[in-house]
Design a binder for this molecule. Structure first.
Ligand code: NAD
Ligand code: ZN
Length: 358
């Protein structure tokens, strides 16, 4: 048995208002004439209050991260190229936004020091050189992207992360005030990503005490905010932010499962976004995660959320096949969910039937 020796985020600051410390925290990492690059989720494009709080100095760049679509490798290449054309050296990359923007920040910081294209690094431990200093600042809670060693990218042939020891952030800034104005449905979809991480980790075959300790806590916090409270308040933002962190820590030492494996196929073919895609799939996974799906249904009802149905209606055989190929390619996810003989359990026919149901 070989145990995973994983790289973690180096520094964490947590607390309502801690975003104000960003200048002080990043100052020692500034190199003369080398700018900091701030990648700001385009959602905040016109938010002058937040923009005024970003410590832009000298020749720093403040770039809107376009996350209409989940990050593509071509977009990462484009951003990295744009930055390199202007500057020989940068002091760091700071991503402020949802999981997509944080992933863009991680990937761009890697591409500033590694040759070639982003697609060359989709996989496990392919990144050769340390990235530039990078900071992650979530404005939505749930993905765990703030703590993970991956950045999920859609490339020309696959949707796969740059998983490496050079991928985790050097610093994260967890300020629950930044998630305050998220619309209820977006907050729910991203929050459910965390809930589903917990169920898939806790009910998977890779589970161990490390993952269980974080997963149980994160699940409890998700249920607290989405099931046991009648009103969303500041405490809810604080709880969900810590749920996201703990949920991410839980999967760091285990793995996700059926919902993610199936949802990756949807994302690849139809561009369905991660959070809502997981909800669409998880809605139909009672046979795999009975208790988790029951709780999920209660949360959907309590929060008045519409989970789309029938999204694969009318797809061709060839399209179903492509989704099935992408999904079945996620070996560790299936192995975690169903054990080492998963191929005899999740046959192509069974997966096709599942895709048809959603
Ligand atoms: P997101 O980052 O895709 O953002 C969803 C939408 O919400 C966007 O339009 C964004 O502009 C907007 N938004 C961001 N902050 C907001 C706020 N405070 N209020 C209102 N709107 C806001 O959503 P997400 O669910 O946070 O992240 C999903 C992404 O994260 C996917 O690209 C997925 O692949 C990735 N992901 C990465 C990991 C990882 O470990 N690296 C894990 C899970 C998911
Ligand atoms: Zn997820």
């Amino acid at each position: 048995m070989k145990f995973r020796n994983f790289k973690m985020v180096d520094y964490v600051v947590y607390g309502r208002g801690c975003f104000d410390q960003l200048d002080e925290i990043t100052a020692p990492h500034r190199k003369s004439d080398a700018p900091m690059v701030f990648l700001l989720d385009h959602y905040f494009k016109n938010d002058n209050t937040l923009k005024a709080q970003i410590p832009v100095r000298g020749n720093d760049l403040l770039i809107d991260a376009d996350v209409h679509y989940e990050p593509k490798t071509t977009y990462i290449d484009e951003l990295a190229q744009k930055i390199k054309e202007k500057h020989d050296q940068v002091s760091g990359v700071i991503g402020i936004g949802g999981g997509s923007t944080m992933d863009v920040a991680k990937a761009v910081s890697i591409m500033l020091t590694n040759p070639g294209k982003a697609e060359d690094y989709q996989g496990w431990d392919l990144v050769k050189h340390p990235a530039v200093y990078k900071v992650g600042i979530p404005t939505l809670s749930g993905t765990g992207a703030e703590v993970s060693r991956t950045t999920v990218l859609t490339g020309p042939t696959r949707k796969l992360g740059m998983n490496s020891d050079f991928t985790p952030f050097d610093q994260i800034v967890l300020d629950p005030a930044l998630t305050k104005n998220a619309p209820a449905d977006q907050r729910f979809y991203t929050g459910m990503d965390c809930f589903i991480h917990c169920i898939e980790s806790l009910k998977g075959t890779y589970i161990n005490e490390f993952s269980r300790s974080y997963g149980e806590k994160a699940q409890q916090l998700c249920e607290e905010v989405f099931l046991h409270k009648d009103e969303w308040n500041n405490e809810s933002d604080e709880q969900l932010m810590m749920a996201s962190y703990a949920g991410g820590m839980s999967i760091a030492y285990s793995q996700v499962g059926v919902a993610h494996a199936v949802s990756y196929g949807l994302g690849y073919l139809l561009g369905t976004k991660h959070g809502i895609g997981n909800c669409i799939v998880f809605n139909h996974l009672h046979e795999f995660y009975p208790e988790g799906v029951d709780i999920f249904h209660r949360m959907v009802e309590k929060n008045n959320i519409d989970i789309p149905l029938g999204i694969t209606k009318g797809l061709s055989d060839e399209q179903f096949d492509r989704m099935i190929d992408v999904s079945l390619g996620m070996t560790p996810l299936w192995e975690n969910a169903l054990g080492e003989h998963w191929k005899t359990i999740m046959t192509r026919d069974r997966l096709r039937a599942l895709y048809e149901k959603i």
